[in-house]
Structure formats: C-alpha cells, structure tokens
Design a protein around this ligand. Structure first.
Ligand code: NAD
Length: 489
C-alpha cells in the first residue's frame, strides 16, 4: 500500500520523527507504520520549496506547461481510481462509494485548475490617461503551508495543491494525523506527472509539532487550512504575527429547514443524506433540523423509518450507507454529546448507541441518531459534533425560524426544503451561511466558490477566483508623457 517514506523536497525518505501507526477504523488493523516528519524535515521541505518556485525554469514556464502537469495528474488519478478509493477507505473508514466520489472530485479539481491556469488573465484596471497607463499582473506568493483534516483527504488536499501549483507556488502539505496515505499517494502521481522536484512536499505528523513548525517557518508565505475552528483561530494568530495571508475552511452546525409546503419524501431523504452520509463527519453536515410544526410529526415518523433502514457496516462492502467513525476517541466524543443531550432533556428518536452487531465490534461504529425535545441552547444544538447525530426542533413562523437558524457562531451551510422557490430565495437571502442548498443537499461543483460565514471560515476555495487566493497582484504604471515631469521645474 504505502511505504514508510515521506516526500521531502522531491525525495522519498524515512521521516525523522517518531514512528506512528495509521489504523483502519473498521477493525483497528494497521495500514502502515510510518516515521512522520520532524522539524528538520519541515525546514528541508520549505527550503526546497523556496528554491523550486523561484527557479526560472518553472517560474517562467508558460501557463499551458504548468497546466500539462495537472492534466496528467488528473489522468493518472482516473487510471488508479479504484486503488485510491480503497486506500482512502482504509485511511478513514468511509464507504467505498464515498471514497470513489472523492477520487473523482480530486481528478476534476486538477483538470479544472489546469484550465484556469491556462486561461488566467491580468487586468487593465485604469483607463489610459494622458500621463500614464497601468495594468496589473498576478504573481505567485511563494511557499504555501497546506493543512488538511481527515474526513475527505484526497479531495481537500487536491483542492489546495492544484490551485497553489497552478498559480506558480510551491506547496508543503501536512495531512491529518489519522490519514497520511492519500496525500502520499497523490505526491507519487505528481512526481510521475513530471512536477519539478521541490514544488510539492508531503509531511505527515502531529499538527502541534509539524503543522505548527510549517506555519511558523519564515519562508512560508501563506497558510491554507481546513479543519476545526479552534485550530483555525490559532493559525490566524500566527498568520497575523507574520503578516501573511491565510484562508480558513472551518467547522459548522448547519441548519436544514423544512417548510410547510415541502415534498415530504423528498425532504426526508435529503435530510437523512445531509446528516448521515459520511457518518456525519462532514463540515457541511445538516446537523440542526428545523421543521414546520404542521408537518413535524409526519416528518419525524417518516425520518425515523428511513434512518432505521440505513445499513451500517464494513466500508468495503457494497451498499453500506455508514461506515465507522475515524477513531475510538472520536466515537467517545460523539457518545458524550448524546449523553449531554439526554441530561439536558432530549429524547432519542432512534440510535443513541453503538450497534449491537458483534461483527462490528472491532470498528468505531455508532448508530445514526435523532434527538428531539432539546432547547436550542443545549450543547448538542450549539456545538459541532461531527458525527451521526441530528437534533430536531419544530418552528411556527418564519421570523422565529430565521432567528433560530442564524443563532450559531457558525455559518457554513444551510438547507431549505420547499415547493416554492420564491419563498426559498427570500429565506436564503436572510440566512447567514456561505452555501445554501434548496431542495438538495451536499452537492458540490468545483466551479462554485465554497467557504464559511462567521466562525466557519475566511476566504473561498474553488471557482476561477480560487486560484487568485494563491496569488498576489502587482500593478505596473507606464508613463506616457513626452516632456520631463513639471514638479521640480
Ligand atoms: P483539526 O483542526 O483538529 O485538525 C486539522 C488539521 O490541523 C490536522 O492536519 C491537524 O494535524 C492540524 N493541526 C492541529 N493543530 C495544529 C497546529 N497547532 N498547527 C498546525 N496544524 C495543526 O480538525 P480535524 O479534527 O482533523 O477535522 C475536523 C474539523 O474540520 C471539523 O471541525 C470540520 O468541520 C472541519 N472541516 C471543515 C471543512 C471546510 O471546508 N469548511 C472541511 C472538512 C472539515
């Protein structure tokens, strides 16, 4: 699968840090024993990145030459689709159907940013005056520290690597502690596709050691982070001290709203998918359900039936809806949230336990759980659980609905289910979230910008603008006067 090697400045070598085991969340078997990076690996990777992006052979290469590498990577990913999907399933326990979709997304991202790279243009921001004319170009920033979480490794890593390279930077990636394998596999493909040595490094290791050293390194000129809000806030402080840009894709507690005119079956299926796919381990998971009171009982009865019918099982088996959670510690954290909800007056509609099936005993499984009867102030309604737990509440009118939906420090996403798009768009305009799905949920396109309001993040990824997040603008003035300047005369 993956050897005990990390990718430092174009070289495959054993990491100089401690040896750690990456475990398969379905049975705790060992995927790989990996020596992770240490501080000297970080320095070597960043120094190599600095040399590589400044190298005129790359810096002055034409956009289509840079794009060619990304197109080749996309083709290589497609050729190894099944292997890469299986690798990720071993890494984070997601069912194969989901990891195949992540692989497809990574290939699409590489291809999209290749096309953006080829078609990127500068600007003529000022009209020509008698004295001067001016234009602006976009230039790379330098070495980018890219730090990713464990829930969608290959997709989130590609979402940073592809635009950063297309923009002409070098990238040092630190994958999540639990999921080092996809990023290392990606590095092999970039190497095979002909990416010059040093432009990409992959440094598995602890966030507080390797990640921290990366972002603090004086030659790192931008932080691109996806992960939890507290980590993001910490990195934003470091970025502020260094005065470097940072983009942060953080957590969420997204409301999913069912209006009284919604198609009930459509909404029930969409709500179940929005929270329970990926076993709820999705930043955009629709984890707060708000249903109009006139529909509430019928909706909850049907939702309960659908959730009880979900298949929890080994992620390598076909037809499984939910695999295990990433780790035992994470399952415990999810169970603690459920316990706190019970203490705060919640009633469990379904789930709320580890599955009884002895075949699942070794994995970190947790049943899809629906809780009702909570006040919006309860911990389970306010904090990101990042697991298969849905809290449900009825609402009476749109004014109270908006107040409740927006009553969160987060603002990543929201869902609306209704038969009336005019109503939906009016509601969407008042919801504080970076992405709003109407009569659908968790659909993504690489050409559509993505990011959070409030504590869900800073900046946007994806879309044509996504590449500009890895560039800085330089404006150039050309004097048009034929006589010497009048001022000192
Ligand atoms: P996390 O914040 O614990 O870790 C994310 C990454 O940061 C990991 O690689 C970790 O090792 C690293 N890290 C931790 N401390 C660090 C430090 N001091 N310096 C540098 N790096 C450090 O998050 P997680 O548990 O891996 O992921 C779950 C979180 O990610 C959830 O909150 C989820 O909502 C969020 N997420 C957000 C998006 C998005 O696009 N908005 C997507 C996926 C996940």
């Amino acid at each position: 699968m993956i050897e005990d090697r990390i990718f430092v400045g174009g070289q495959w070598r054993q990491g100089r840090g401690a040896q750690t085991a990456s475990l398969f969340p379905a049975d705790q078997s060992i995927n790989v024993q990996l020596h992770v990076a240490d501080l000297s690996d970080v320095d070597d990777a960043v120094q190599a990145g600095e040399r590589a992006w400044r190298n005129p052979a790359w810096r002055e290469s034409l956009p289509h030459q840079r794009a060619t590498v990304l197109y080749r990577v996309a083709a290589l990913i497609e050729a190894r689709r099944e292997d890469l999907a299986r690798l990720q399933t071993r890494d984070n326990g997601k069912p194969l159907a989901e990891t195949r979709a992540l692989v497809d997304s990574a290939a699409g991202t590489a291809r999209y940013f290749a096309a953006v790279c080829e078609t990127l243009e500068g600007e003529l921001p000022t009209p020509r005056s008698r004295d001067f004319t001016a234009f602006s170009t976009y230039e790379p920033i330098g070495v980018i520290a890219a730090i990713t979480p464990w829930n969608s490794p290959i997709a989130s890593e590609m979402q940073k690597i592809a635009p950063a390279l297309a923009a002409g930077n070098a990238v040092v990636v630190k994958p999540a502690d639990a999921t080092p394998m996809a990023a290392l596999a990606l590095a092999r493909l970039y190497e095979e596709a002909g990416l010059p040595a040093g432009l990409l490094s992959v440094l598995p290791g602890r966030g507080s050691v390797v990640g921290e050293a990366m972002v603090r390194h004086p030659l790192v000129r931008k932080i691109s982070f996806t992960g939890g809000t507290n980590t993001g806030r910490h990195l934003a402080h470091i970025a502020a001290d260094k005065l470097i840009p940072t983009s942060l894709e953080l957590g969420g507690k997204s409301p999913t709203i069912v209006l009284d005119d919604a198609d009930l079956e459509h909404a029930v299926r969409g709500v179940a998918y929005g929270i329970f796919s990926s076993a709820g381990q999705a930043c955009v998971a629709g984890s707060r359900l708000l249903v109009h009171r006139s529909l509430y009982d019928a909706f909850m009865n049907r939702l309960q039936d659908v959730v009880r019918g979900l298949r929890i099982g080994h992620p390598e088996q076909d037809g499984v809806h939910m695999g295990p959670l990433i780790s035992r510690a994470h399952r415990e954290s999810v169970a603690n949230y459920v316990a706190s909800a019970l203490e705060e007056g919640g009633r469990i509609r379904c789930g709320g336990a580890v599955p009884a099936d002895p075949a699942l005993e070794l994995g970190n499984y947790y049943l899809p759980t629906v809780i009702e009867g909570l006040s919006p102030q309860a911990r389970a309604c306010r904090e990101e659980i990042f697991g298969p737990v849905l809290v449900a509440m009825p609402f009476d009118d749109e004014a109270s609905l908006i107040a409740e939906a927006n009553d969160s420090v987060y603002g990543l996403a929201a869902g609306i289910w209704t038969g009336d798009y005019r109503r939906a768009l009016n509601l969407a305009a008042r919801l504080e979230a970076g992405t709003i799905w109407i009569n659908t949920y968790k659909k993504f396109s690489i050409s559509t910008p993505f990011g959070g309001f409030k504590e869900s993040g800073l900046g946007r990824e994806k879309g044509r603008q996504g590449v500009l997040a890895y560039m800085q603008q330089k404006s150039i003035y050309l004097g048009m006067e034929t006589a010497p300047m009048r001022w000192s005369r």
